[in-house]
Design a binder for this molecule. Structure first.
Ligand code: NAG
Ligand code: NAG
Ligand code: NAG
Ligand code: NAG
Length: 511
């Protein structure tokens, strides 16, 4: 028996060892890139030959990992600084439009990139293409060009952004749109809004697909339709999980692997380790992520924050992107960068003051650390309310942030053990799985390679038109049948009634 298992295992390993995997991370969002790089490095560690095309080259070479630098994309993104300024002021909807434009430009730069042309010309064969999924349908063309199945990674979790590619249902009656931050138990009004917003997003994504089709027409002769390209999608790895997403349906080829990027915390650099070990009451970590920098906060907000922090008996690590900070109290330590995962994993960490980006939220949850959330834009406006609903966060609006409000929020979350208890409970849910999220992700990637695109996992949902999908044609047909039956029935009744009354009249006449 043992021998058989051994033979089977070696065969399995052989069948999939040394697969050639291409990662396409066209978007210059650092958090997206972290997800892709972490997964591809793990695949390389497990014996695959991975190639990564992205705007962020590796700091140092990694075995079995070929880096292709997509130049120009990061510059294009930085040139759109005004977009981030707008976002920082909280203009969510302007943000959505700008993000669509940004991803279109980045998709185009990738489609027309000389490095991609070189890779195609080299004749390298890939068994699989892994892409960052971010409203970028035209990138699916590379699945066709390399004749390989595609796995999109849905960085934002199980949302409308990726559901439609593989026909994953998300009934608006109980799956709130990710941007709305409703609880799954919606009132009538909320269900109404959720329905309208769902239709709105579908319309927007439809028009976006049209644009991506035009991109393909521009760079390729007789390109396939985006719908046809979606057939190269084997499955979606979703950066979600029920420990932080409300329960929702999953078709067999949407696999939730949220938390896969989080690694076991390592020892901190010596000085930081000593600082955290020796903090008497504990440490608070404060970071607004990589896009929204703390130094971009208005000057008076910075002062309000410092005054509130000075009053608490905790030590604070603040990711502050300048060399100095005026009026810095002595319990605050600033650095341009912290090893966030290792800081969050330190047992002495009591609280994370965060913008609520999805990766930060997941990392906090993974380590069971409560969150004081200051959401700025996009999905942060939903991640924090979800964390509040789950009982491990307190939310503070940037507009309302001052010495008093921040002080009250800090007291509430630090003096009330319910927040850290709930964070620990949620963390247990994330860890209580048959396989770790990373092992799950690797298993399904290799499943797709072993089964040549795994066509057995796909449903027919995404081949249907929207009205077929919601059975509108069948319902209409039923109504027509019912209506016709009713009309015929009425005519019959009338005829019969008429016949009877005629008979009666005739009888009366006779009498
Ligand atoms: C991966 O790298 C190791 C050592 O760096 C090497 O022994 C192995 O053959 C490589 N595998 C592939 C598939 O390139
Ligand atoms: C690994 O991938 C690179 C492309 O990035 C390719 O040039 C090389 O031949 C591949 N190695 C193997 C062993 O397939
Ligand atoms: C596409 O790439 C070519 C070659 O690098 C370049 O000359 C051309 O300007 C690019 N087109 C666009 C629209 O960027
Ligand atoms: C917590 O409560 C104590 C008194 O009960 C108070 O002195 C302190 O300021 C409160 N806040 C924090 C952050 O400890």
């Amino acid at each position: 028996m043992l021998f058989k298992i051994f033979v089977l295992l070696t065969c399995l390993l052989q069948c999939i060892s040394g697969a050639n995997i291409l990662g396409l991370y066209f978007h210059a969002g650092k958090s997206h890139h972290i997800l892709g790089e972490t997964l591809l490095k793990e695949l390389a560690r497990r014996g695959h030959n991975v190639t990564m095309a992205s705007p962020f080259p590796l700091d140092e070479p990694f075995p079995n990992y070929t880096d292709i630098h997509l130049t120009g994309i990061l510059d294009d993104q930085l040139a759109r600084e005004s977009m981030f300024m707008k976002m920082n002021k909280g203009h969510t909807f302007i943000g959505v439009n700008d993000v669509l434009e940004l991803t279109r430009a980045q998709t185009e730069l990738t489609l027309n990139h000389t490095e991609m042309a070189k890779l195609l010309k080299s004749g390298t064969k890939f068994d699989l293409v892994i892409i960052d999924w971010f409203m970028n349908s035209a990138i699916l063309m590379f699945g066709k060009l390399f004749d390989a199945p595609v796995i999109p990674i849905a960085s934002h979790g199980t949302t409308h952004l990726a559901n439609y590619i593989v026909g994953n249902p998300a009934p608006p009656s109980y799956v709130p749109n990710v941007m709305l931050a409703f609880s799954p138990d919606m009132t009538f009004l909320q269900r109404f809004i959720n329905g309208v917003v769902t239709v709105g997003y579908n319309l927007a994504s439809y028009s976006n697909i049209k644009y991506h089709q035009a991109l393909l027409e521009k760079y390729f002769d007789n390109p396939p339709t985006i719908e046809k390209l979606q057939d190269t999608v084997a499955l979606v790895l979703s950066n979600g999980h029920y420990s932080f997403e409300s329960p929702r349906p999953f078709v067999p080829n949407v696999i939730p692997v949220g938390g896969f990027h989080v690694q076991k915390p390592k020892k901190l650099p010596q000085d930081l380790q000593a600082y955290m070990d020796n903090a008497e009451k504990g440490v608070i970590y404060f970071s607004l992520g990589s896009n929204m920098k703390s130094v971009l906060l208005p000057k008076e907000k910075q002062q309000e924050i410092l005054r509130a922090l000075a009053k608490i008996p905790y030590n604070v690590l603040w990711k502050w992107e300048n060399d100095d900070l005026d009026d810095k109290p002595k319990n605050v330590l600033i650095r341009k960068w912290f090893p966030q995962n290792d800081v969050l994993g330190h047992p002495n960490l009591k609280l994370f003051i965060s913008h609520g980006g999805l990766l930060s939220t997941i990392e906090s949850l993974y380590h069971g650390v409560p969150v004081l959330g200051i959401p700025i834009f996009g999905d942060q406006k939903a991640n924090i309310p979800n964390a509040v609903a789950a009982g491990y966060a307190v939310q503070l609006e940037l507009a309302d942030l001052n010495e008093i409000s921040l002080g009250e929020a800090l007291n509430e979350i630090l003096n009330n053990s319910k927040y850290s208890n709930n964070a620990k409970k949620r963390s247990e849910l994330l860890h209580d799985q048959p396989m770790s999220p990373m092992d799950t992700a690797i298993f399904w990637v290799e499943h797709v390679i072993r089964h040549k695109g795994a066509p057995h996992l796909r449903n027919s949902g995404n081949h249907l038109t929207w009205y077929q999908y919601v059975m509108l044609d069948v319902i209409l047909f039923l109504f027509v049948i019912l209506y016709l039956s009713f009309v015929i029935f009425r005519i019959c009744i009338r005829k019969i009634v008429a016949l009877f009354s005629q008979n009666r009249k005739q009888k009366q006449k006779k009498n």
